[in-house]
Design a protein around this ligand. Structure first.
Ligand SMILES: N[C@@H](CCC[C@H](N)C(=O)O)C(=O)O
Length: 278
């Protein structure tokens, strides 16, 4: 069973082209093969499948076996995969995801290979119950969440998947392992949540570290970067576009005031092809 190891800023995936027949066992495959000691090692699995509404459909399985509705770094990897492997010869394509529907994707090609990808990530979802959280409100901005006696202030944003953005003094030095897992599973988040710890360092720059729902500490989170930019605009901390610095590198994020869509631009890399011993 062939797979391709790819990553977006170190957020890494085992990519399967087609293989719809594997979806029934995808959770078990993810737990087994995402393990960085007993398996290949990855933050998740990505299945690239046919779509009736877009050029392709993408299914994302976290390393804990849960399905994610959306995945920014993975969508850039999937776009690179289909172009570099000759499944499409256009640089303007569409990819369908569970959480954001049909997403326009623009490829920047160098020497016949995709180098960077710009993705229309769609409109952020801000309504409390739709993020989802257990809170009422058209926007969830700077709200308290208490865990084991500690109170954090978060802003809730969904990019198709849920995010809780918390501002801290020095994000690159913040230990996401201490509170990330507790906040991920807090009852305030009915579908759990990704947790972003962010520091705004300028009008167009945010540092962010992430504890991901279903994957834990990753080097980058594309939807998390989008959620962090949206949160920073809502909190009056940045303009509507900024570089988001992650442990694995930078993403450029824009929240367009005219169409209310969030746009993410960043790289995608192919590492190697392999064969699972199943
Ligand atoms: N790293 C991804 C997010 C993957 C899904 C996330 N773990 C979730 O369950 O929502 C990204 O780049 O967005």
């Amino acid at each position: 069973m062939e797979f391709t190891k790819m990553h977006g800023l170190g957020n890494d995936f085992l990519v399967f082209y087609g293989m719809k027949q594997l979806l029934g066992q995808a959770a078990e495959l993810a737990v087994r093969y995402c393990d960085r000691h007993f398996g290949v090692g990855a933050d998740g699995l990505v299945f690239i499948l046919p779509s009736e509404t877009a050029d392709f459909r993408m299914v994302i399985i976290n390393s804990d076996g849960t399905e994610a509705e959306q995945c920014g770094n993975a969508i850039r990897c999937a776009a690179k995969y289909v172009y570099d492997n000759g499944h499409i010869n256009r640089t303007d394509i569409t990819i369908e995801t569970l959480g954001a529907g049909v997403q326009p994707v623009t490829l920047a090609v160098e020497n016949g290979k995709v180098k960077t990808v710009r993705v229309d990530m769609g409109a952020p979802i801000l309504e409390g119950r739709l993020i989802p959280t257990t809170l009422d409100g058209s926007e969830i901005i700077d709200r308290p969440v208490e865990v084991e006696g500690e109170t954090f202030r978060f802003t809730g944003v969904s990019m198709g998947n849920p995010h809780a953005v918390i501002y801290v003094e020095d994000a690159p030095m913040y230990d996401v392992h201490t509170w990330g897992p507790k906040l991920e599973k807090h009852p305030l988040f009915p579908r759990r949540t990704n947790v972003e710890f962010a520091t705004v360092t300028g009008p167009e720059r945010i540092e962010m570290r992430v504890w991901e729902r279903g994957a834990g500490p990753t080097l980058a989170c594309g939807t998390g970067a989008c959620a962090t930019l949206v949160s920073s605009v809502l909190n009056g901390l940045t303009g509507r576009s900024a570089w988001v610095g992650l442990a694995g590198g930078d993403l450029f994020i824009e929240w367009n005031a005219e169409d209310n869509h969030v746009y993410m631009t960043g790289p995608a890399e192919t590492v190697y092809r392999g064969e699972l011993a199943v």
